[in-house]
Design a protein around this ligand. Sequence first.
Ligand code: CTP
Ligand code: MG
Length: 231
Amino acid sequence: MKKPIVTAIVLAAGKGSRMRSNIQKQYMELKGYPVLYYSLKCFQESEVMDIILVVGEGEQEFCQRKIVEKYGFSKVSQIITGGKERYDSVYKGLLAADHADYVMIHDGARPFVNQAMIKVSIEQAEKYDFCTVGVPTKDTIKTVADDGMSEQTLDRSKLWNVQTPQTFLRSELIKAYDFMQQAKDTMITDDTMIVERYLQRQVKMVMGDYNNIKITTPEDIALAEFLLSRQ
Ligand code: CTP
Ligand code: MG
């Protein structure tokens, strides 16, 4: 059988408002390299065929020169601009990946993606059409009402924290997005949710890594530097 084409879509078009920094978090430095460098390097060295990098308005040239050319990321085939919400950025990447059988969507703010995650994601996506990496939840999780009082405690043995990369059969994810757009649904936090809600399909969960954090708030920078210093 012909080997399917897998394209990574690396998202870096967010504003990083929770980081409260003057430089966007994807461009902040960790041990001398921008946050975005780490995931691009991992995809560059992986079996994905190419990488579509999704960045903010006006950032294309900066990324081309200061990241893609500077570090020799030859697999970056396109640098496109994203949209207002994360799902808008994903959708633009999805349309741009018109040569791909599978898309592997990844938060550029997660520098700790590794080769094992990419490999198992491709294997499982070929089997189940959709998969995401994640980790079993360590905390007890409750739902809480508007008045701050607990409602109920969810069964932790079934709870996972969802991470990226998330891998999808592209033709099916496009379908799911079409339905979501018709429904004008804006309560979407990731693409696995779109598949569940609009295709009524399940997504295979594969083990990620507790260290596969998303750089979100200022404490995460110190934590990421600590994790890198141990590698
Ligand atoms: N992202 C994107 N386009 C958007 C919003 C987010 O490409 N319109 C990307 C971010 O760059 C990040 C990933 O999606 O790599 C995960 O999003 P998040 O951690 O929420 O990043 P931001 O939206 O940038 O941060 P914040 O929510 O704090 O503003
Ligand atoms: Mg955000």
